[in-house]
Design a protein around this ligand. Structure first.
Ligand SMILES: C[S@@+](CC[C@H](N)C(=O)[O-])C[C@H]1O[C@@H](n2cnc3c(N)ncnc32)[C@H](O)[C@@H]1O
Length: 472
């Protein structure tokens, strides 16, 4: 059966959860068979049977927020073979030589499948190695310093032996190889170097606890467009904005994959409209509210800018879709059960430059955040369809004297006729032996998205409105 490597984003657990959810509930049905902190290996039920499966992969790439690249697997090297061929310390040269040549035979058989034509062609390739973890000594000392140069040289030779007129490879900066501090090729470089052309390829070596998957990349994220939305929109405010990737991931947890163009999405704390901008490029009908008139204006202008850029028609009465509304009164402005989904990041509290004291954080939670979130759930319950979902961010505040504090958002949701949707189905994934790779039951009810040292961390939750409304 055909397998595919999905290169994960930096928050790999969130990327895995998003991918698994899409493989479970969208038309791209499949399963994650294996994973590391950098890749997932996927098998599809149907997609691979389609003659134009590469178009499907590109479509799937567009839907996913947390995936950098998708490659097709052509062969696999068992972990024991890899460790024999590239041990931490070489003791038995004969075994090393023998297993290395075994690996080369596999690569030699894969190359004619990766390149449409080899004979008499001038070819260019880039090797990208994805380890189990970047911070492993094995990556720094063995994979970067020995496996990478070996693959570059030997693949070049193999292509020539297979009849290529010329074979060149992408040279990573020597200082990165020497220090062992190397990032595999970023998506924008794949585009820059034309590695999707017939005479060019990115050859991927993705390593998990099980072994090394050998593949060729067929699709990658186009970061430049999301970056443009993030950086070039007329109104932006980085400290309070979520990343475009996170906005897409949250939209995917609404499980609205079909006929998106008819699905109505609301962000009731719209700010400068990041979520709505990304929901627009993912084809949804977008609506937003905020109690700050300036923010309402900013979102309206940002949406106009994006629609102009996309050369798309401005929806009829767009102005009526972006309104100034205090969250307490949200349900006065829309019909009952009007929306298919809600994605939002409410006020997370003031922007703390340094950690607050425990008491200050608790006051904020008790007096401001709990009332705000309670109003939001009460009102959203009315305007959301039965079984509709809300993907919402809640803050975790690091304090000087009391560790991390947060509010009980699950309780608020429960009291307002919602149930928690765990973001990862543990039955669908085989756990790994390395603790850092494991998913715990308690962890999958919500996912953290935070950078090191952030005072306020974002936690993402997904809730579903019960089928029976509060009115009955
Ligand atoms: C964290 S920001 C949202 C940022 C947004 N995700 C973005 O990317 O621009 C929260 C927003 O909630 C709005 N807000 C705060 N309290 C509110 C309330 N009681 N009713 C409605 N909106 C409120 C603020 O004006 C602010 O724009």
């Amino acid at each position: 059966m055909d397998k595919y490597i999905f290169v994960l984003g930096s928050n790999f657990k969130l990327s895995l959860a998003e991918l698994d959810n899409v493989l479970n509930f969208s038309r791209f049905k499949g399963k994650i068979l294996d994973y590391s902190a950098n890749i997932a290996v996927v098998e599809f039920e149907e997609l691979h049977k389609n003659k134009h499966y590469i178009n499907d992969l590109m479509e799937l790439q567009y839907v996913l927020g947390g995936i950098q690249k998708i490659s097709k697997v052509f062969d696999f090297v068992h972990i024991n073979t890899l460790m024999e061929a590239f041990p931490t310390h070489i003791e038995k040269y004969k075994i090393v030589e023998k297993t290395r040549s075994k690996i080369l035979t596999l690569i030699n058989n894969s190359l004619p499948k990766m390149f449409k034509r080899i004979k008499n062609e001038s070819l260019f390739f880039a090797v990208s190695i994805y380890p189990n973890f970047y911070d492993e000594e094995y990556y720094k000392n063995v994979l970067v310093k020995h496996l990478l140069p070996f693959l570059n040289k030997e693949i070049m030779n193999l292509l020539k032996e297979l009849g290529a007129k010329k074979a060149l490879y992408y040279k990573y900066p020597e200082e990165n190889i020497q220090s062992g501090n190397l990032n595999p090729l970023f998506p924008h470089n794949l585009i820059k170097y034309g590695l999707f052309n017939e005479d060019r390829a990115e050859i991927i070596f993705g390593i998990t606890e099980e072994g090394m998957y050998i593949g060729r990349t067929y699709s990658c994220d186009d970061p430049s467009y999301k970056k443009k939305i993030d950086e070039e929109r007329p109104f932006k405010e980085f400290k309070s904005s979520i990343s475009p990737k996170l906005a897409i991931i949250m939209l995917n947890f609404l499980n609205l994959f079909e006929e998106r163009e008819s699905k109505k999405i609301l962000d009731p704390f719209v700010g400068n409209g990041t979520i709505l901008l990304l929901a627009t490029i993912e084809d949804f009908q977008v609506y937003g509210t905020d109690n700050d008139a300036q923010k309402v204006h900013n979102t309206y202008r940002n949406l106009n800018w994006l629609l102009n850029d996309l050369e798309e028609e401005i929806p009829y009465k767009l102005k009526n879709r972006i309104k100034q509304v205090e969250i307490k009164n949200l349900s006065e402005h829309f019909e009952k059960s009007y929306f298919d989904g809600v994605v939002t990041e409410p006020d997370l509290g003031p922007f703390f430059r340094t950690k607050p004291y425990y008491k200050e954080a608790m006051d904020l939670i008790q007096n401001k955040l709990i009332p705000l979130y309670s109003h939001a759930f009460r009102e959203v319950e009315i305007i959301l369809k039965p079984s509709g979902r809300i993907a919402i961010i809640a803050p975790i505040i690091s304090t000087i004297d009391g560790g991390d504090v947060s509010m009980n958002i699950e309780n608020i949701a429960l009291n307002n006729n919602f149930k928690v949707i765990p973001m990862m189905d543990l039955e669908r994934i085989t756990n790994k032996s390395n603790q850092r790779l494991q998913f715990q039951k308690s962890q999958v009810r919500a996912f953290l998205d935070a950078k090191k040292g952030q005072v306020i961390k974002r936690k993402i939750f997904v809730f579903e409105k019960n089928e029976i409304s509060n009115d009955y």
